[in-house]
Design a protein around this ligand. Structure first.
Ligand code: UDP
Length: 329
């Protein structure tokens, strides 16, 4: 039975990957400091090590038991706004923690590493859709921290033979279609959960951040990819890592949806309009981000099952309706 260490496995994306790994018959150990993750998001039969990656002794202890086949690294600070306010601590924490993790993995002989990376690496992209060969110019200290980690892992690949995959997600969205997991961030900054909460009356009306962008309806266009599709991509990439030692993939559904289109979708799913008002732009938002995931599709046969926006929103809506207080409920 393969055995995996998943950092941040109690968080939104990480927990969905844990579920997929367990579903494939793997043994999973989650390492999470629960600063953003939720104990309730970790299945009862999965071991949870409550520890910080900044604590090297605790990370080393995680590797002291039976060997892991791979590490999947999700634990990180991920708020672009926070990174713009506190760039150096943000970069320091993300990079430092990843380096401790990679070092201890290599020391323990675990030479497979999957990194949760980001579309933010491309900043204002030079072309749409964004393929892996587009120029890299991070749009924030958050994106910069992920780029630094990718580059450090590349040296670990060359020098220590670490096999690694960098997966650059576009906008992760939705929830486990069977209703076992959902999205519960504090603070919540993402469009789909905020729109769902606005329509359910759980939060104030949504503010649309600008409607004067050079797009057909003036609002920003993003590529939303369902977390369960992301999870499927991770399983396929883990397999592929056995054949090819160094992988980079952009992961999105390949279609762009404007903020207004997302609000229309939430309204269709909820059966009533989303209360909202148009406000000023949010700093640092590129007008359009859409992924070209052809490389992932070609190499692994991956294809999104929840590419349809309404289907994606439906899963998020169902979870939130059943859990209006998130995991605390
Ligand atoms: N957005 C918005 N109002 C909100 C939150 C987000 O208009 O309250 C917009 C945001 O400007 C972006 C899109 O929705 O164009 C997706 O934002 P999100 O924060 O979900 O993801 P990001 O693209 O920043 O990773």
């Amino acid at each position: 039975m393969p055995r995996y260490l998943v950092t941040g496995g109690a968080g939104y994306v990480g927990s969905h990957i844990v579920l997929a790994l367990v579903g494939r018959g793997a043994e999973v150990v989650v390492l999470d400091d629960l600063s953003q993750g939720h104990r309730a998001a970790v299945p009862a039969d999965v071991a949870l090590i409550e520890a910080s990656l900044s604590n090297r002794a605790q990370v080393a202890a995680a590797f002291a038991g039976a060997p892991f086949d791979a590490v999947l690294h999700f634990a990180a600070r991920s708020l672009v706004g926070e990174s713009m306010a506190n760039p150096l601590p943000h970069i320091g924490a993300n990079l430092g923690n990843a380096l401790i993790l990679a070092e201890e993995a290599i020391r323990a002989g675990c030479l497979r590493f999957v990194l949760s990376s980001t579309a933010n690496l491309f900043g204002e992209p030079e072309r749409i859709p964004i393929d892996e060969d587009c120029s890299i110019a991070p749009g924030s200290p958050y994106g910069e921290s992920k780029l630094m980690i990718e580059r450090a892992l590349d040296w670990a690949h060359r020098i220590h033979g670490l096999r690694f995959a960098a997966l650059r997600y576009f906008n992760a969205a939705g929830a486990d279609p069977e209703g076992r997991l959902g999205e519960d961030h504090t603070p919540e900054t993402h469009l789909i959960p905020l729109a769902i909460d606005a329509v359910l009356g759980l939060r104030p009306p949504l503010t649309v951040f600008g409607d004067d962008y050079p797009t057909p309806d003036g609002t920003c266009i993003r590529d939303y990819v369902h977390v369960t599709d992301l999870a499927d991509a991770h399983l396929r990439v883990l397999d592929r890592l056995g054949e090819v030692p160094r992988l980079t993939y952009n992961i999105g559904s390949g279609s762009g949806h404007s903020v207004k289109a997302v609000l229309d979708s939430v309204a269709r799913v909820a059966g009533r309009p989303v209360p909202h008002a148009v406000g000023p732009r949010r700093g640092g938002d590129p007008a359009v981000l859409v992924a070209a995931s052809d490389r992932l599709r070609r190499d692994t046969g991956w294809a999104p099952r929840f590419g349809d926006l309404d289907a994606m929103v439906q899963t998020a809506f169902a979870w939130r309706q059943a859990h209006p207080r998130g995991y605390a409920g």
